[in-house]
Design a protein around this ligand. Structure first.
Ligand code: PMP
Ligand code: GLU
Length: 398
């Protein structure tokens, strides 16, 4: 039998976030008491008023195929949300609803990129950006930053990376994995630079908009002179604790929204009817309804930073949003517990999993081989126990 797969799939890596989650599930199935802080997913349940909207959608027979870009009522709700929360004008024709922001991003890669195009990715970056670009046979170009600059990239670095082949620039703010947030001034400087290159499309991933401990969320599309070059990506997974419902969306120039709809029409069709009605309820609600979750994340951030700052050898930045910490752990490289030598972040992630029964993700997955990512979307008691294990396990390394 011929079992040869395509070059495309052979060139892809398994998502490292999902791989660590799979490994911890396997260890749990063997009876091991693993604490998993690997996957970035709110531990809260979806609020009741959203669940009730979904139940009503079933009773009201929202059970048929949906329009490819999403129900008009949902796109109207998203259009209002963009105006209300971000002061952005996107008409319903400029909005496409997809099966999660992940799908929205994949649509963009497949719709805009040709083979050999280059995509600037501000690094550290969310794990899947790299492979989404590769699926489109384009070339990811990482622009690195370190903890010294709070994991933020400067416009000068971006300028140096631009070539005639540069077609897109992707970033998330608040950032997964570093929690860094680009300020309005920093976004303005990036926008000014990219405006000089009308061929470049910016993908602004704002999925952590509501988990921002600074002040108001800032969108790069707010600057009128760049808006035609920006796609704003968002969704309900993180802010509304709706990861399993799989609803993400874009606000984009009309030509891009039309193209993504065409792509989606051949791939998936319109996404789930019931989840769309649930997302509509979420987005039409007063954003105050999620303040308790935001407050819980802020307290957990503070707790985790305090506990982790007591672990010798970790260097930490202060995340300003999202729900991750991304410590530099390079001081452990070259050390050993007498059995296992730690050569890199992958080794340390596996050591913490096997010896300490705590799952985190190697920074390699996010473009930074000196860091580890911990998701603090877990209860205080789980976080306290996890960091205690981390401290004890790291202390074994001499
Ligand atoms: N962007 C970022 C930065 C993320 O962390 C995630 C989380 N998986 C996504 C996009 C995708 O979100 P979803 O597909 O659940 O909407
Ligand atoms: N965004 C989450 C994470 O980074 C979910 C996992 C994924 O889809 O990769 O862990």
């Amino acid at each position: 039998m011929e079992t040869q797969l395509s070059d495309r799939i052979n060139s892809l890596s398994e998502s490292q976030t999902l791989a660590m989650e799979r490994l911890s599930r396997e260890l749990k199935a063997q009876g091991k008491n693993v604490i998993s802080l690997s996957i970035g997913e709110p531990d809260f349940d979806t609020p009741d008023f959203i669940k009730n909207a979904a139940k009503k959608a079933i009773d009201d027979n929202y059970t048929h195929y949906t329009p490819v870009p999403g129900y008009l009522e949902l796109r109207q709700a998203i259009s209002k949300k963009f105006k209300r929360d971000n002061n952005l004008d996107y008409s319903p024709e400029q909005i496409v609803v997809s099966t999660g922001a992940k799908h929205a991003l994949t649509n963009l890669a497949l719709t805009i990129l040709n083979p050999e195009d280059e995509v600037l990715i501000l690094s550290p970056y969310w794990v899947s950006y790299h492979d989404m670009v590769k699926i489109a046979e384009a070339k990811p170009v990482l622009i690195n930053s370190t903890i010294e600059t709070d994991f933020k990239v400067t416009p000068q670095q971006i300028e140096q990376a631009i070539t005639p082949k540069t077609r897109m620039l992707w970033f998330s703010s608040p950032c997964n994995p570093s929690g860094s947030v680009y300020s309005k001034d920093e976004l303005f400087e990036i926008a000014k630079l990219i405006a000089k290159h009308p061929r470049i499309i910016i993908v602004a991933d704002e999925i952590y908009e509501h988990i921002n401990f600074l002040d108001k969320h800032q969108s790069i599309a707010q600057f009128d002179f760049i808006k035609e070059q920006v796609v704003t990506v968002n969704g309900v997974s993180k802010g509304f604790a709706m990861t399993g419902w799989r609803i993400g969306f874009i606000g984009a120039p009309k030509w891009i929204a039309t193209a993504c709809t065409k792509m989606q029409g051949q791939f998936t069709s319109g996404t789930c009817s019931i989840a769309q009605k649930a997302a509509q309820a979420a987005l039409e609600a007063d954003p105050e309804c999620i303040i308790p979750m935001q407050e819980a994340f802020r307290k957990r951030r503070d707790l985790v930073l305090k506990l982790m700052s007591e672990i010798p050898g970790l260097i930490l930045n202060e995340p300003k949003g999202a729900f991750y910490v991304f410590p530099n752990i390079s001081s452990f490289f070259g050390k050993s517990d007498g059995e296992t030598k730690i050569n890199n972040a992958d080794d340390l992630a596996m050591f913490l999993l096997n010896k300490g029964l705590i799952a985190m993700v190697s920074g390699n997955a996010f473009g930074n081989p000196e860091c580890l990512r911990l998701s603090y979307a877990a209860s205080d008691s789980v976080l306290i126990e996890a960091i205690k294990r981390m401290k004890e396990t790291l202390a074994l390394l001499k």
